[in-house]
Write a protein that binds this ligand. Structure first.
Ligand code: SF4
Length: 367
């Protein structure tokens, strides 16, 4: 059987200062939050709010919107007011949109030190406006837009270069007494990214926004992000995460939540313990696992459901889970909390598991 997983987080959290992104605390002992970014034109208020509603429903806690034009900046106030979750305006190149976003009531503003040459003289005013409204700033460094000076100094976007860029920008804000900051140092290579965040974590106490930038299509991006976030979060590094996928943003949220659940940084919800199948299997395990997963999707109560192909590990795993099936001889033994409650023909395994799961969920909700 699988070893019992401890129902506690994987590591001591790094000590970071706590900031407030609208209603969501980031850093300190606040739970690690999941964020994403809209793909609509921000100026299309209806479409953007619609996508934010979908993201909220998928569990997204903070949403970022791009702001490349004046029309986008003009849309921010309505979006920030009507969104169910805090909205961060993502600003490159144009300092005037930073002020617009602060005025619009955005929960935070992201600036990129590599793309904001003109920002340096504006930092004092930005710090003043952001302090007055309690708006935090994310300093978001990206390998693809590293400050030209640092690119020259280091030759490429090394961890040192990414960290130096971020800390330089932070120091400009600190000069004006502004410390309401979180930082990201993203790279598309998980190895470089992990190195950068480790250095950054050691060098400051700002909360950190984790991201593997341009991680790729869903499969590759999911793995790169899971590996990199897993490495960092297992060392206690990371306060909010964004999975970047070339896929709809709700997918990013699903992956982000699953990463946190896997590390016990968040209460696990539905968990399917299913075997890989092998030459001993007496049932189509893949099909059964898919059907059970689909049938139980959306269940909010934590539930561990074992779907096992034969009697070798089947009964053991099924007994360890809240609910399970061990198949054999065209039948399924259904276990609830370690007891065989019935044996059903193969054709009735899925519906029986779903029925029993509903009963358990109801009793948990009543409790
Ligand atoms: Fe193979 Fe049975 Fe183990 Fe599944 S439970 S992998 S079918 S031995």
């Amino acid at each position: 059987g699988l070893p019992e997983l401890p129902a506690r987080p994987i590591a001591m959290r790094r000590t970071s200062r706590r900031i407030q992104v609208g209603t969501v605390a980031v850093g300190g002992d606040a739970p690690v939050s999941v964020q994403s970014m809209t793909t609509t034109r921000t100026s299309d208020i209806g479409a953007t709010l619609q996508q934010i509603a979908e993201l909220t429903a998928s569990g997204c806690q903070i949403v970022r919107v791009a702001c490349p034009t004046q029309d986008d900046a003009d849309a921010l106030a309505t979006i920030a007011r009507k969104s169910q979750i805090p909205v961060i305006a993502d600003i490159h190149f144009q300092p005037k949109y930073v002020f617009a976003a602060i005025d619009a009531g955005c929960a935070a503003v992201r600036v990129n030190p590599g793309n904001i040459k003109q920002f340096d003289d504006k930092v004092k005013e930005i710090a003043k406006a952001a302090s007055a409204t309690g708006t935090p700033i994310r300093i978001g460094v990206n390998a693809g837009s590293l400050d030209a000076r640092l690119l020259k100094k280091y030759g490429r976007a090394t961890p040192e270069a990414l960290v130096e860029s971020a800390l330089w920008e932070a120091s400009l804000f600190e000069e004006h007494g502004f410390r309401d900051i979180k930082i990201s140092v993203k790279h598309n290579d998980p190895v470089v990214m992990v190195g950068a965040y480790r250095q950054l974590a050691a060098a400051c106490d700002y909360p950190l926004h984790l991201g593997v930038t341009e991680a790729g299509p869903a499969f590759q991006g999911t793995i790169k992000s899971a590996v990199a976030f897993g490495a960092l979060l297992s060392e206690g590094i990371g306060d909010t995460i964004r999975v970047s996928l070339s896929a709809p943003p709700a997918e990013e949220v699903k992956v982000g939540i699953q990463i946190l659940e896997s590390l016990n940084l968040r209460q696990r919800r539905l968990e399917i313990v299913s075997c890989p199948s092998c030459g001993r299997a007496q049932v189509d395990v893949y099909k059964l696992a898919d059907q059970v997963t689909a049938g139980l999707e959306g269940m909010e109560v934590p539930l561990r459901v074992a779907v096992m192909g034969c009697v070798v590990n089947g009964p053991g795993e099924a007994r360890e889970a809240d609910l399970g099936v061990a198949s054999g001889n065209g039948k399924g033994q259904i276990f609830v909390k370690g007891e065989v409650i019935k044996t059903v023909p193969e054709s009735r395994i899925v519906e029986t598991l779903i029925e029993e799961a509903m009963k358990i969920a109801e009793s948990m909700e009543d409790a």
